[in-house]
Design a protein around this ligand. Structure first.
Ligand code: NAP
Ligand code: ZN
Length: 353
């Protein structure tokens, strides 16, 4: 198979800073789309992967799964896209397309496992996949999304992961006009969750540890902010929420939020991956028919549905545009929750060298 060298930014080990390097991309096959990457969002999962927080990171790692760009070439069987189209790629670049999950447009739950945009198994070249902190990417058209033309392109990028990761549970748990939704943590995922829940007609509450974020949360569409470390504020919302979306990236006490669910309410964990500490106490779950659930990103059709919804409702992410060369500092700031509310890399900075 023919390959093309591509400039990228990646890390050689969990403790190495990201730096410029050269990776290889395949030439387009019949069903592939080649994309010139214009912007790429910076997800906390990029940081978890580079630092090997979850184990299993394959080095050299090139993160980035909130990709927007322009189509620069297409394979001869591509029917959905043409050169010049504005497109996006999220967290999935392949799946088996045959299992029960794939047949229901739930590629994120592909039974043999979906191929991640980075750190996945590259079925074409061998080795592992490389993400969007790079000049170009080649992706099968099934996993490429159409981007609405009426939105700021850089601010669209985070919809591809932060957006759909919160949209999918909002839809699955049937959030609608009048639903009571709370979001834990005002970061990349959290701020998209507020905007999307609000656009669906929900009454939205933010749980945050950071009192300074209150004003922003209200401007983003939250109806109220509860400082989660203040017992009196927590008591005020006891028995309130139909759905809580918990975006906190590190281990924390999930029991703390369960009393704020209504009877039959659900807290869905989308952030922290791993065993809970302290453990869950089943008593309030059993006595209130409350659920603790999890959810991962969203399927391709669902991501397109969200992009179209965002185009219609003029929803984008709040971003801080950075140069590729500033990524190491951006990771440090993300660790301190110092980002309003998503870093997006202007990929022109990489191309200029
Ligand atoms: P982020 O921008 O860093 O935001 C996380 C927010 O959580 C922070 O702004 C902070 O909000 C709060 N927080 C951080 N550390 C905390 C701690 N130790 N205890 C309590 N609260 C804390 O991260 P993100 O990009 O939104 O990602 C959030 C998590 O979701 C990451 O773990 C990421 O890997 C994961 N993720 C999962 C999926 C999925 O499919 N399930 C997809 C994408 C990302 P406050 O200051 O308001 O408290
Ligand atoms: Zn992500």
């Amino acid at each position: 198979m023919n390959i093309k060298n591509t400039q990228a930014f990646g890390a050689e080990s969990p403790v190495a800073p990201l730096k410029e390097l050269t990776i290889q991309r395949r030439e387009t096959t019949a069903t592939d789309v080649e994309i010139d990457i214009l912007f790429c969002g910076v997800c906390h999962s990029d940081l978890h992967t580079v630092r090997n927080d979850w184990g299993g990171t394959k080095y050299t790692t090139v993160p980035g799964h909130e990709i927007v760009g322009k189509v620069i070439s297409v394979g001869e069987k591509v029917s959905k896209f043409k050169i010049g189209d504005l497109v996006g790629v999220g967290c999935i670049v392949d799946s088996c397309r045959e299992c029960a999950s794939c047949k229901q447009d739930l590629e994120q739950y592909c039974i043999p496992g979906f191929t991640g945009t980075y750190n996945g198994t590259d079925k074409h070249l061998g080795g592992h996949t490389f993400g969007g902190y790079s000049e170009r990417v080649v992706v099968d058209e099934h996993f490429v999304l159409s981007v609405p033309e009426n939105l700021d392109l850089a601010a669209v990028a985070p919809i591809l992961c932060a957006g759909v990761t919160t949209w999918s549970p909002l839809k699955h748990w049937n959030v609608k006009e009048g639903s009571k939704v709370a979001v834990v943590g005002l970061g990349g995922l959290g701020h998209m969750a507020i905007k999307l829940a609000k656009a669906l007609g929900a009454h939205v509450t933010l749980f945050s540890r950071t009192p300074d974020k209150e004003k922003d949360a209200l401007e983003l569409g939250a109806d109220q902010v509860i400082i989660s470390t203040e017992d009196a504020q927590m008591a005020k919302v006891k028995g309130t929420f139909d759905l809580i979306i918990d975006t906190v990236p590190y281990v924390h006490d999930v029991n703390h939020y369960i009393p704020t669910l209504t009877i039959s309410g659900t807290i869905v964990l989308v952030g922290y991956l791993g065993p809970l500490d302290p453990m869950l106490n089943t008593v309030p779950m059993i006595l209130g028919r409350k659920s603790v659930a999890g959810s991962v990103i969203g399927g391709i059709a669902e991501t397109q549905e969200l992009l179209d919804f965002c185009g219609k409702h003029r929803i984008t992410s709040e971003i801080e545009l950075i140069k590729m060369q500033d990524i190491n500092e951006a990771f440090e700031r993300m660790l301190k929750s110092d980002v309003k509310y998503r870093f997006v890399i202007d990929m022109a900075s990489l191309k200029k060298g």
